[in-house]
Structures are given as structure tokens and as C-alpha cells.
Design a protein around this ligand. Structure first.
Ligand code: HEC
Ligand code: HEC
Ligand code: HEC
Ligand code: HEC
Ligand code: HEC
Length: 236
């Protein structure tokens, strides 16, 4: 039985070799190889455009802030520091984005001639309506984050997690992920950030990014993915 098997195999091998031994056959094979490579690069190019340009453009909806805000301008004013607008309350919770109360002492009336200030005073200050600021660093509801632990206890700088917003002259456009509803700053702006190649700690703030620093800081070698109780440090 094995003998007949072998002979049929040999015959098949000979039959397969036959066309490739003639010159014509070889030329054909090279030609189609070139086409395959060409199509490969066309496909690669198309998927790169799709992945880098079209997909992110479709995935994120752009929402401008209700009004622009100039951090640099306000930081130059007498008696103003970050805590004038972002501070810890008596009970240790963080005030987060400022409320009108932090602005009205200076903006009861229009101060200058800029359009943003005019809109701010007209639409919000004079009506008493809070400005619906969009929070770039907003985490999903299931995540517990404490500014006190990081800023007060661990003495960390705002820049480490937020970048240089405190020195900026404009607020950037807020981008919301259409599928998850999360801010784009969580997953990172660029494909490099998605691939976990961060140049700055504030480029991305996914679970791995929190965990990476926690492991460095605490010297614990265990990964959060293996430590079951560890989940409840950050999840409610
Ligand atoms: C210590 C006083 C002070 C406080 C507090 C303050 N501002 Fe201002 N703000 C100013 C001054 C001064 C200007 C400059 C006005 C000008 O010359 O155009 C200004 C300008 C502005 C502008 C226009 C800037 C531009 O470049 O278009 C906006 C908008 C604004 N403030 C919003 C706010 C908001 C919102 C708050 C509260 C979170 C706030 N300000 C708190 C004093 C203050
Ligand atoms: C006069 C008020 C005022 C002062 C002073 C101020 N900020 Fe802000 N800050 C704002 C307003 C208004 C926003 C817009 C809220 C938003 O991001 O939607 C903001 C937003 C931010 C955010 C972005 C939060 C987020 O994720 O959306 C950071 C970070 C921040 N400020 C840091 C700072 C730092 C650091 C300083 C001091 C160098 C500072 N701020 C001083 C008013 C102020
Ligand atoms: C360890 C990283 C880290 C540091 C350091 C840090 N933040 Fe944040 N910040 C966050 C995260 C994460 C959030 C989102 C929290 C959430 O959605 O529950 C946030 C939210 C905020 C917000 C918006 C809060 C809201 O929901 O209204 C402001 C404003 C802000 N931070 C300002 C600051 C300032 C000013 C400093 C420096 C004094 C600072 N942060 C330091 C990580 C950090
Ligand atoms: C750059 C470093 C760094 C980053 C990024 C960071 N943390 Fe932390 N975190 C710390 C340090 C340092 C402490 C202090 C306590 C400790 O040593 O465990 C802390 C403490 C905490 C605590 C209190 C823990 C406790 O035992 O009470 C929580 C909750 C927390 N972080 C959540 C987060 C979340 C959620 C993120 C991401 C959105 C994050 N952290 C990002 C450094 C960081
Ligand atoms: C150091 C803080 C931290 C710890 C510890 C942590 N997480 Fe997270 N987790 C986050 C943050 C921040 C997010 C939101 C950002 C993201 O999607 O990566 C998240 C998101 C998630 C999500 C997706 C939820 C959603 O709505 O997108 C799941 C599921 C999850 N974590 C499970 C776990 C489990 C299981 C553990 C324990 C093994 C754990 N996490 C431990 C910070 C943490």
C-alpha cells in the first residue's frame, strides 16, 4: 500500500515540476509575482490611509469648547495662580473645572474687547448659567481617580498627566470617540500612541498608563491584570 502511495506521489511531483522546467513557465511565474507585490503595496497604502486618516476622522466627532479660554493671559494677572480656579475643597475633593464663582469677581462687566469675553459675559455671567466645559481628561464613570493622592500626597506636577494646558493661550477642540463616548486624550492622539509609543506621559491615559506608573512608583512587580484585588484601587 505504501509503495503505490509513493509511486503516485513521485508521479505527481514530476507532473508539478514539468511546466517549471520550461523557460516560458518561469517567465509567467515572475510576472504574476510582480503583480502580487504591486497589489500588496496598493493594498498596504490603502489600508494605511484608511487606518491613519479616514478611520480616525470618522471615529471622532469634533466639539469646540463653549468659549475659548486663555491660561497664559490669566496667569499673568496679579494674585492669580492655578489654585484660583482649580483647588481642593475643604473635604479634600477636587474642584476640577472652574465654576462661574471663580470668574465673576473680574468679569461682572466686560474687561476688554475680545469676542470670547463678550460672549462669556453675555451668555453666562449675566444669566448665571455655568459654562458647560468639555473635560479632555475625563475618564469613564467606572474609574475612580483622586487628585489628592497624586497632587497632595505624591506631590506630582499637573504637567505629568495633563501636558502644558496651564501655559496655553487657547483651548484645543475637544474630540469625542463616537463608539465609546470617551475623550480622545484617553487613547491618544496618534497611531503611535495607540501602539503604546508615547513620547510624553500625557500623550495617553489608558489603564496601562496608570498601571505602568503605579508599578514604577510602588516598586510592585505584579501586573494589575493578575492582581484581582488591585482592580478596586481604580474601579468603583
Ligand atoms: C483676576 C481677574 C480675573 C479672573 C478671576 C478671571 N478673569 Fe478672565 N480676564 C481677566 C482680564 C484682565 C482679561 C483681559 C481682558 C482684555 O484685555 O481683553 C480677561 C480675559 C478673559 C477672556 C477673553 C480672553 C481672550 O483672549 O479672548 C475670557 C473668555 C475670560 N477672561 C474668561 C474667564 C473665565 C471663564 C474665568 C473664570 C474661570 C475668568 N476669565 C476669570 C481677568 C480675570
Ligand atoms: C482664571 C481661571 C483659571 C486659572 C488661574 C487656571 N485655569 Fe486651568 N482651566 C480654566 C478653564 C476655564 C479651563 C477649561 C476647562 C476645560 O478643560 O474644559 C481650564 C482647564 C484646565 C485643564 C484641563 C482639564 C481637562 O482635562 O479638561 C488643566 C490641566 C488646567 N486647566 C491646568 C491649569 C494649571 C496647571 C494652571 C496654573 C498654571 C491653571 N489651569 C490655571 C481656568 C483656569
Ligand atoms: C496622576 C495624573 C494627574 C495629575 C498629576 C493631575 N491630574 Fe488632573 N486629572 C487627571 C485625570 C485622570 C482626570 C480625570 C478624572 C476623572 O474623569 O475622574 C483629571 C481631571 C482634571 C480636571 C477636570 C476635572 C473635572 O472633572 O472637572 C482638571 C481641571 C484637572 N484635572 C486639573 C489638574 C491640575 C490643575 C493639576 C495639578 C495641580 C492636576 N490636574 C494634576 C490626572 C491628573
Ligand atoms: C505618573 C505616575 C502616575 C500616574 C500616571 C497615575 N498614578 Fe495613581 N498614583 C501614583 C502615586 C505615586 C500614588 C500614591 C500612592 C501609591 O504609592 O500607591 C497614586 C495613587 C493612586 C490612587 C490611590 C491609591 C490608594 O491606595 O489609595 C488611585 C485610586 C490612583 N492612583 C488611580 C490612578 C488612575 C485611575 C490613574 C490613571 C488615570 C493613575 N492613578 C495614574 C502615581 C500615578
Ligand atoms: C491603576 C488604575 C487601574 C487599575 C488597578 C485597574 N484599572 Fe481598569 N481601567 C483603568 C482606567 C483608567 C480605565 C479607562 C481607560 C481605558 O479604557 O483604558 C480602565 C478601564 C477598564 C475596563 C474597560 C471599561 C470601559 O468602560 O471601557 C475594564 C473592563 C477594566 N478596566 C477592568 C479592570 C480589571 C479587571 C482590573 C483588575 C485586574 C483593573 N481594570 C484594574 C484603570 C485601572
Amino acid at each position: 500500500m505504501s509503495q503505490t502511495d509513493n509511486t503516485t506521489k513521485e508521479a505527481a511531483a514530476e507532473a508539478a515540476e514539468a511546466p517549471s522546467s520550461d523557460n516560458n513557465g518561469h517567465k509567467k511565474a515572475n510576472g504574476s509575482g510582480g503583480l502580487v507585490i504591486l497589489f500588496f503595496f496598493i493594498g498596504l497604502g490603502a489600508s494605511m490611509i484608511l487606518g491613519w486618516v479616514i478611520f480616525p476622522a470618522l471615529l471622532y466627532s469634533k466639539k469646540p469648547q463653549p468659549i475659548d479660554f486663555n491660561h497664559a493671559l490669566h496667569m499673568k494677572l496679579e494674585g492669580i495662580n492655578c489654585e484660583s480656579c482649580h483647588f481642593f475643597r475643604e473635604d479634600g475633593t477636587y474642584s476640577g473645572v472652574p465654576r462661574l464663582a471663580q470668574c465673576v469677581r473680574c468679569h461682572k462687566e466686560v474687561q476688554g474687547e475680545t469676542r470670547h469675553e463678550a460672549v462669556f459675559v453675555e451668555k453666562y455671567v449675566s444669566t448665571g448659567r455655568e459654562v458647560p466645559w468639555l473635560v479632555y481628561s475625563r475618564q469613564p464613570d467606572c474609574v475612580f481617580f483622586s487628585h489628592a493622592a497624586h497632587v497632595k500626597l505624591a506631590k506630582m506636577d499637573c504637567v505629568t498627566c495633563h501636558g502644558h494646558i496651564g501655559e496655553s493661550t487657547h483651548l484645543k477642540i475637544y474630540e469625542e470617540n463616537r463608539l465609546t463616548g470617551y475623550s480622545r486624550d484617553i487613547w491618544g492622539k496618534n497611531l503611535e500612541n495607540w501602539l503604546a509609543l508615547k513620547r510624553n506621559p500625557w500623550d495617553r491615559m489608558k489603564m496601562d498608563d496608570c498601571a505602568e506608573c503605579h508599578m514604577e512608583e510602588t516598586g510592585r512587580k505584579t501586573s494589575i491584570s493578575t492582581e484581582k484585588d488591585g482592580c478596586f484601587v481604580c474601579h468603583k
